[in-house]
Design a protein around this ligand. Structure first.
Ligand code: FES
Ligand code: FES
Length: 160
């Protein structure tokens, strides 16, 4: 049996201290160890972006990181945004603009878009497309996702 190591992560503002095997991926820590299944796992090798979360404020692939690497880190998952009956403004934009179909890519899209909206002006659709280019969607053709993020940019500018 592999030795376990105790790590502490802050996830969505809550502190978790857990003993983990060194091989445990962050995606599996989130989904199985602490039960936050909003983060999806698709390709499991860094291509699709479905597993994207924010780590210390930067979007990263949770399927490419070991939980043990993140001892002391702060993680934000899609659960931090909102839920049924309590959608965040970005989630509302996705709903209004039909930016999802099966929804499998949506948690990763939302977390990548959250990172982009916090950091970049996103003045053009090209910038939005480039920012989202690491996240694959098999359903929407991307057009509605770009529209949703464009609407979120407009909301952000209106609030300034
Ligand atoms: S599941 Fe992590 S990039 Fe696809
Ligand atoms: S909505 Fe189905 S993969 Fe994007």
């Amino acid at each position: 049996m592999t030795a376990q190591h105790t790590i502490t992560l802050t996830v969505n503002g809550r502190r978790y201290e857990r003993a983990v095997e060194p091989r445990l991926l962050l995606a599996d820590f989130l989904r199985h160890t602490i039960g936050l299944t909003g983060t999806h796992v698709g390709c499991e090798h860094g291509v699709c972006g479905a597993c994207t979360v924010l780590i210390n404020g930067d979007s990263m692939r949770s399927c490419l990181l070991f939980a043990i690497q993140l001892d002391g880190a702060s993680v934000e998952t899609v659960e931090s945004l909102g839920g049924p009956g309590n959608l965040s403004p970005l989630q509302e934009c996705f709903r209004e603009h039909h930016a999802l179909q099966c929804g499998f890519c949506t948690p990763g899209m939302l977390m990548t878009a959250t990172d982009l909206l916090r950091k970049y002006p996103l003045a053009t659709d090209e910038q939005i497309r480039e920012g989202l280019s690491g996240n694959l969607c098999r359903c929407t053709g991307y057009e509605h996702i770009v529209k949703a993020v464009r609407a979120a940019v407009s909301n952000r500018e209106a609030e300034r």
